[in-house]
Design a protein around this ligand. Structure first.
Ligand SMILES: NC(=O)c1ccc[n+]([C@@H]2O[C@H](COP(=O)([O-])OP(=O)(O)OC[C@H]3O[C@@H](n4cnc5c(N)ncnc54)[C@H](O)[C@@H]3O)[C@@H](O)[C@H]2O)c1
Length: 339
């Protein structure tokens, strides 16, 4: 007889296969780990998001980048529905009816001066900024495998457009967000557009690298923002979502039944903003369901700790504690120097 504990143990035993650097075993031409989805999903912390979880956004001022399409536009629709005040931006115009309802500034997120103008315009309009959704993004451009050469036959450098939009542009948004939100005594939050490719093996190198970068930013800022200052940081990590960056043939290949509506990740964005207890979370959404990838007994933080502990009990955690102590001591010395 197979009891529930042995099933659980068997599932845990499969995890090193997913996280090892070795070549996965194959079933036909498909790597075996691609068949293991059901084995690892139940280990994560599944969460529910109901409409009442979004009510806290009422009357809050929210900036959204990349607001004219897909997840950004779905978030704007939800924000309005739940009574938030929004100021949005994109390279392209908003569609109607939002175009005639919402303040909009055309902004390329890769332009620092453009984003400075966006945040100033929002502050001038509402007097305060509570939340920011750093969402603008584009799909993959380069895989580093090209043989493109210049006139002398020398290999050309990689095209960094995706990194510039998805990571550098997002870092501009986040820096401005921190600056403005901390001016508000009650604070607020920033939500960043990460992706399922932030923590999975996904082929497009520039896109996956940019989204792993967003994940790194989440983990770094988790340590330095809240509660040191009243700014929470979180991210969304949608799986396949029916938006402008997913072409019809990709949807066909993945299967329509596996592609969710942009309203699903939009709900996770607002839940992260509205709930003051959410900090350092990355909400993965797939087919209308939500999981916090980072936290909880089965989140990646705890899981990585367990893996490392097998070799070096507690060392990574200990080093983080030592560095935090050093940072606090240095801040105290700097503070004393001022007085
Ligand atoms: N659709 C998915 O399956 C999926 C999955 C995971 C993560 N994401 C992320 O969600 C975010 C939103 O993408 P989407 O899927 O809604 O696609 P989308 O193409 O529908 O929307 C992206 C928006 O960003 C805007 N944009 C692009 N470059 C910009 C720039 N330089 N400055 C300002 N705006 C710019 C576009 O004009 C567009 O309106 C992206 O960061 C994307 O990587 C999407």
């Amino acid at each position: 007889m197979v009891n529930s504990q042995s099933r659980k143990e068997r599932r845990r035993a499969e995890l090193p296969i997913l996280s090892s650097c070795g070549v996965p075993t194959k079933v036909g031409n498909i790597p075996r780990f691609l068949h293991s989805k059901k084995a690892w999903l139940p280990l994560l912390s599944c969460i529910t998001i109901s409409d009442s979880d979004l009510e806290g956004i009422k009357d809050q001022v929210v900036i959204v980048t990349g607001a004219s399409s897909g997840i950004g536009l779905a978030t704007v629709k939800r924000l309005i529905q739940h009574g938030a005040k929004v100021f949005v931006s994109d390279l392209q115009e908003l569609p109607e009816p939002e175009r005639s309802q919402i303040p909009f500034l055309e902004t390329d997120v890769t332009s620092w001066s453009g984003q400075v103008a966006l945040f100033k315009a929002a502050k001038d309009k509402y007097g305060v900024i509570h939340h920011v959704f750093a969402n603008a993004g584009i799909s993959s451009g380069t895989a580093l495998l090209g043989k493109d050469v210049d006139d002398n036959g020398n290999l050309l450098p990689p095209d960094l457009k995706v990194i510039n939009v998805n990571l550098i542009g997002l870092m501009y948004t986040v820096k401005l967000g921190i600056h403005y939100i901390k001016q508000n005594p009650k604070g607020g939050s920033i939500v960043m557009a990460a992706s399922a490719s932030s923590f999975t093996r996904f082929a497009p190198s520039d896109y996956t690298t940019s989204k792993h970068g967003v994940y790194g930013l989440l983990r770094s800022l988790y340590c330095t923002l809240y509660p040191n200052m009243p700014v929470r940081i979180n991210a969304i990590a949608p799986s396949w979502t029916d938006t402008g960056i997913i072409s019809a043939d990709l949807i066909e290949a993945v299967g329509k039944e596996n592609v969710q509506s942009p309203d699903v990740p939009a709900r996770s964005v607002i839940a992260l903003m509205a709930d003051k207890n959410r900090h350092g979370q990355m909400i993965y959404s797939q087919n209308g369901k939500f999981w916090d990838i980072e936290n909880g007994e089965n989140g990646l933080v705890a899981h990585t700790d367990r893996m490392i502990a097998e070799r070096e009990p507690g060392w990574e955690q200990e080093s983080v504690i030592r560095l935090t102590k050093l940072r606090v001591e240095r801040a105290a010395v700097a503070e004393m120097g001022k007085s």
